[in-house]
Write a protein that binds this ligand. Structure first.
Ligand code: KG4
Ligand code: ZN
Length: 324
């Protein structure tokens, strides 16, 4: 069974073909709009929608090639309403013309199942740290479709904190990778930033961090690399502490890390070290499947389509909780 996956929730047009029987990707391609939005310091929704319209057909042709597809999965939400509508309408039109089923997928479900596309995959149950531009959550995953929210951000997402802080440092958009590169050149311990909500519970809060960065920056002598280092160290420390606490509270010793921030090298090194110390294993998606892509959507859709789920009328859900 070949499933086409379509991702258009934000600023990446992602298309992939997943072979359910063989359990592997046949092809995948992503067009990222980051350069187009950079001039504005963030994603401009209308520009994003129009670019998805331009990219979808050529990208889909390239990925599908001569293959005969048996079903289509698309991101139904959460995300930008206009951008989601482009993918949903394309998916339904193509499915109708081919006479195959279409099914809407939750974007975060795609992210948290994405390590199951790797050679080294976790068994159920596992914990998942979802760290993207829009979300910072700790989930318990007992099976495909069985998710329990353990912790969530009270304000900014981790990726958002990266992007906003990078903007304060004049590093462009999206700022996560540039900020991390700058931090490598910085010395540790030069600036003391708050470690929000580190001592208790599984919830997160990151908005105070950018305010603290802003106040440090008011001093003209601030060293940007040292400040980037202080910021990165705090984010990593908080994320690692929450993961370790979730392992302790649930007794589950498999942790999946997904979403754009999961590509961060420093975070990975710190989580691996903590896992080795405390006896838990950490699983990551392949590097190119950490950020938004069609492969994770095809993968999540395959389970649904196989068990007979269909989306007959199409809708999009710009706001949508995974656990319900
Ligand atoms: O999952 P994703 O591609 O899109 C959303 O669904 O939001 O995540 C994008 C986020 C951005 O905030 C970006 O700055 C961050 O992931 N990001 C990183 C890295 N690569 C991407 N943050 C830190 N270090 C990275 N290497
Ligand atoms: Zn995402």
């Amino acid at each position: 069974m070949l499933i086409l996956g379509i991702e258009t929730s934000c600023d990446d047009t992602g298309i992939a073909l997943y072979d359910r029987a063989a359990g592997k990707l046949v092809a995948h391609a992503v067009h990222t709009q980051a350069a187009m939005h950079e001039a504005y310091g963030g994603v401009v929704p209308e520009l994003a929608s129009r670019d998805h319209v331009r990219r979808l057909v050529p990208l889909a042709r390239r990925v599908i090639g001569d293959h005969r597809i048996d079903g289509i999965g698309y991101t139904e939400g959460p995300g930008l309403a206009g951008a989601l509508l482009v993918g949903a309408s394309f998916a339904h039109a193509l499915a109708f013309s081919l006479g195959v089923p279409a099914v809407g997928v939750h974007h975060l479900e795609g992210h948290l199942l994405s390590p199951l596309l790797s050679a080294r995959r976790p068994d159920f149950p596992f914990l998942a740290l979802l760290v993207s531009g829009g979300h910072t959550q700790l989930m318990r995953v007992d099976a495909v479709g069985r998710y329990e929210l353990l912790g969530d951000t009270q304000d900014d997402a981790a990726g958002e904190a990266f992007d906003k802080t990078a903007q304060l440092l004049g590093l462009g958009y999206p700022g996560g990778p540039a900020l991390s590169e700058l931090a490598v050149r910085g010395a540790p311990g030069k600036y003391r930033l708050p470690r929000p909500m580190i001592a208790t519970g599984l919830d997160f809060s990151f908005s105070g961090l950018k305010t603290a960065v802003l106040s440090v920056l008011k001093n003209e002598k601030t060293n940007p690399a040292d400040l980037a280092r202080a910021f990165l160290d705090v984010i990593v420390e908080v994320l690692v502490a929450k993961c370790a606490r979730a392992v302790e509270m649930t007794g589950i010793t498999r942790l999946v890390v997904a979403g754009g921030v999961g590509a961060n090298r420093q975070l990975r090194a710190a989580l691996d070290a903590e896992g080795a110390r405390r006896g838990f294993d950490v699983y990551y998606p392949e590097p190119e499947l950490c950020t938004d892509n069609g492969a994770m959507i095809a993968f999540a859709a395959a389970f649904r389509i196989e068990s007979g789920v269909r989306s007959h009328a199409f809708s999009v859900k710009p706001r949508w909780d995974l656990q319900h």
